[in-house]
Design a binder for this molecule. Sequence first.
Ligand code: ASP
Length: 441
Amino acid sequence: MLENVKVVKFGGSSLADAEHFKMVEQIVLAEPERRYVVPSAPGKRFPADTKVTDMLYECYHMASKGDNIDEAFDKIAERYRLIIDGLGIDLDLTKEFENIKAAFTHHAGRDYAASRGEYLNGIILAKLLGFDFIDAASVICFADDGTFDSETTDKILNSELKKHYRAVVPGFYGSMPNGTIKTFSRGGSDITGSIVARAARASLYENWTDVSGFLMADPRIVENPKGIDNITYHELRELAYMGATVLHEDSIFPVRAAKIPINIRNTNSPEDKGTMIVPNGSDIPDEKNVITGVAGKKGFSVLNIEKAHMNAEVGFGRRVLTAIENEGVTFEHLPSGIDTMSVVLSGDITSDQRSRIMNAICASCLPEYIGFEDGLALLAVVGRGMVNNKGTASRVITAIAEAGINIRMIDQGSSEINIIIGVDDKDFENALRAIYNEFVK
Ligand code: ASP
C-alpha cells in the first residue's frame, strides 16, 4: 500500500516553455507527497501559437501523403530543444527525434504520432525532477478493439508504481495488446492522471491548469463570477454536460470509483486553493450558496407530440423513443403532460433524420399533432444545497419571469440537485444572468 500519495497532472499550457517547466518543478518539489507526475504535451505559449499535439498531427498527415516533413518535423524538435536549453539540463534527444521521424515516414500511425508530444515532455520532466520515467505504453492498456481496459491497467500500473518511489508517466496514450500505440480523445492527459491516481491509491489527484478552478457561471456571460471552492462529482457532471469544461469528461470516472478527490489548481497562481471535487457533499462544509453553479447550452430541438389519452396507451413512450433510437439519436430530456410529450434532442440531427423519425412515430403512434421546434436553450441550475431546500424552483422561475423571459420547459432531476430550464435561444444569456444574480450575492 502506497501511503499519502498525490498524483499531479500538468496541462499543456503549464508545460509550454522552459519558464513554465521551472514553475512546475517548484510545485512538484514543494511537497514530498507529490510523487507521480503526469504531463501533457507543450501547449500554446501565446494565443496564435500551435500546440505540439496539433503540429504532430499535421506533420504525420504530411508524411502519410508522402510529402517531405523535414521542415515540419524540425519545428517540433525545436520546441523541445528550446525547453531543454532554457532549463540548462544535460539531455540530448537527437536519437529520439531520429527514431520518431523514421517512424513517421514508415506510417507508424496517427495515434503514435500524437502521443510523442507527451512522451518527449515526460522524458524532459523526469530528467528535470530527477524522477523515474515510466512509458505509458507499458502501463496504460487498451483492448484489441481500441477501448480502454481499466482493470488490466490498474493491475499492471499499480505493481509498476510500487517499483518507483517517484515517477513521471506521460499522459494521453497507452498501447493495445499487439503494441500499437493508442491515444485517448483530445485533452486525454486528464484521464491518464485520474488512472494513475487510482492505481497509486492516491489521497488526492491534483490537476494543474491555467485557471484557478471552476467558476459559478461562464465569465463570457456573467461579469466576474465567483469561483467554486467545493463541488461533488455528481454536480460537476451536471455542469460539465452543459458545457462547463475544465476537465476532460471521462477523467472523472477512475477517481470517482476510488473515491479520490480532484483538486483543480492554477500553475500560474499556485497560492490559489482552486476547486476541490469530492465524492460526497457530506465531505465538505456547508456553504452559504444554495446553488453551486449555473451553466447551459443553446441550439436544442424539441419534438412535440400530442394525442388525447396518450397517458392510457400502453407502450406509447416506448414507440416514440424507438423511432428516435433507430436513427442513432440520443435524447436529452423528456418533459411530458397528460396528452402531450416533448423530446428534447441536440440540434444537430439532419432534416432526413427528422422526417424519418416523424414518419415512424406517425405510423406507430397515430398522434394528433407532431412537429419539431428549434432554438431551445437549456440552463442547468445545479447545487447539492437545493436538496430539501424549499422554494428554490420558485426563486429560479421568479428570477426569469422578472427578467421578462418566457420559460418553455422545466425539468427537475430525481436527485434534486439540478433544475433544467428551457428558454428561447435569444433569451439564454439574460436568463443565466438572472439566475446567477438571484442566488449569488
Ligand atoms: N496533448 C493532448 C491534446 O492536446 C492531450 C492533452 O493535452 O491532454 O489533446
